[in-house]
Design a protein. Structure first.
Length: 334
C-alpha cells in the first residue's frame, strides 16, 4: 500500500472516530478525493479488520462500531511541527505543511477524551485567526519553501535579493522566519569571503523580495543563545525609534482628529489623546511624530482640509508646494 493511501486511510478512520456517522460525499469533500475513492477506501478498512458499518436510508452514512477507537494517533515530525501553526492554516499551507496540519489536528482530537475533543471542535468553530491586514492581497512568496527548508535543517541559503538600490547576491545563515501582518520575513546573518563570518549583525529580509533561492549543502552553527522572538521584539523597537525623525504641529478639525488613529495607528491615537482644547472653530492642536519629510508630506496630504500644518516650517512649505502643484495640475484649461 502506498504511503499516500495509507495516510488517507488513517485520515478517513480518524474522521469517522471524531465525527461519528459521515456520508461518502462528506468524506470525499474532507479528503479531497472522489466518492468512488471513498468507497474503495471503506472496503480496504473493512478488509483490514476495522469495524466500519454502512447505515442505509436518507440519513445513512458510514460509522465505526460503537466503542471502537484507534490508537494509531502518533504524530510524525512534520505533523508535530505543523501544530505550532494550528491557528494559521494559510501560512501553514504556504510553508508546505497544510496537509500535515490537517492530519495532526485529526490525530490530536482522536487522542483527546470526548469532552476535550468537543471543546476543541467548538473553539475551532468559534475562533479564527486571519493574519493579513485589510485591503491588501497576500504577497507572492515563491521561494518561501526553500527558505523554510534552510531554516529547518539548517543549511546555508544563497539568495538573489531585491533591495531599494538594486539587486544583490548573498549567502545567508537563516536563523528564523517571522510572519508579521501577513508578510513573511527571514531573520538571517550574512556570510562573506571564503568561509569567513561577516561582521554584519543579524538582519531582516523580506521573503517576497527574494528573486531566487538555493539551499546549499553546507550547514552552519546557530549563534549561541540566539532567541528569535527576543531578537524580533528588539529589532522592531529599534526600527520604530528610527522611523520617526521629527514632530509635526497640526491644527485639526473634529473630523481630522477622528481620522488621526485610522491613518497613523498608535502614534496617531496617542497624539489625538493628547490634543489641546478646541478653539472657537472646534479645531484642536496636536503634536504628531512623523517620518522623513517626503513621507510626512504624503501622509499629511491624506488628511486634506481637515488639517492645517503649523510647523515645522520646512514641512509646512513642502505641503504648500504639493497643494499648489495639485491645484495647478487640476486647474481648468483655457
Amino acid at each position: 500500500m502506498g504511503a499516500m493511501r495509507a495516510d488517507r486511510l488513517l485520515s478517513l478512520l480518524l474522521l469517522l472516530q471524531n465525527r461519528g456517522r459521515m456520508t461518502a460525499p462528506e468524506l470525499a469533500a474532507e479528503l479531497e478525493v472522489s466518492v468512488r475513492t471513498v468507497y474503495r477506501d471503506i472496503e480496504a478498512l473493512g478488509a483490514s479488520g476495522i469495524p466500519v458499518y454502512a447505515d442505509r436510508g436518507p440519513a445513512g452514512g458510514y460509522r465505526l462500531l460503537d466503542g471502537y477507537r484507534t490508537r494509531l494517533t502518533g504524530l510524525t515530525g512534520d505533523e508535530a511541527d505543523s501544530l505550532f501553526l494550528a491557528g494559521m492554516p494559510g501560512p501553514a499551507t504556504q510553508l508546505g505543511l497544510g496537509a500535515d496540519l490537517a492530519t495532526a489536528q485529526l490525530k490530536l482530537r482522536a487522542a483527546l477524551p470526548a469532552e476535550l475533543g468537543e471543546r476543541s471542535r467548538r473553539i475551532q468553530e468559534r475562533f479564527h485567526l486571519d493574519a493579513p491586514g485589510w485591503f491588501r492581497d497576500a504577497e507572492e512568496v515563491p521561494h518561501l519553501g526553500a527558505v523554510a527548508e534552510a531554516v529547518w535543517r539548517p543549511r546555508v541559503l544563497r539568495v538573489d535579493y531585491r533591495r531599494w538600490r538594486g539587486e544583490v547576491r548573498r549567502e545567508l545563515h537563516p536563523l528564523g522566519l517571522v510572519l508579521k501582518g501577513g508578510i513573511w520575513y527571514l531573520v538571517a546573518r550574512a556570510r562573506s569571503g571564503e568561509g569567513q563570518e561577516s561582521t554584519e549583525s543579524v538582519r531582516t529580509y523580506r521573503v517576497s523580495r527574494i528573486l531566487d533561492a538555493e539551499v546549499l549543502g553546507e550547514t552552519f552553527a546557530r549563534p549561541t543563545g540566539f532567541d528569535l522572538a527576543a531578537h524580533w521584539e528588539e529589532s522592531s523597537r529599534r526600527l520604530e525609534e528610527m522611523r520617526f525623525q521629527g514632530e509635526a504641529q497640526l491644527l485639526l478639525t473634529p473630523r481630522g482628529l477622528r481620522l488621526l488613529p485610522m491613518k497613523f495607528g498608535a502614534p496617531g491615537a496617542a497624539a489625538a489623546a493628547d490634543a489641546g482644547p478646541p478653539d472657537a472653530a472646534g479645531r484642536a492642536r496636536v503634536v504628531l511624530p512623523v517620518e522623513s519629510l517626503p513621507v510626512a508630506t504624503h501622509d499629511l496630504l491624506w488628511l486634506g482640509v481637515e488639517a492645517d500644518v503649523l510647523g515645522p516650517p520646512e514641512l509646512r512649505e513642502a505641503v504648500a508646494r504639493a497643494v499648489t502643484e495639485l491645484a495647478q495640475r487640476y486647474a481648468p484649461s483655457d
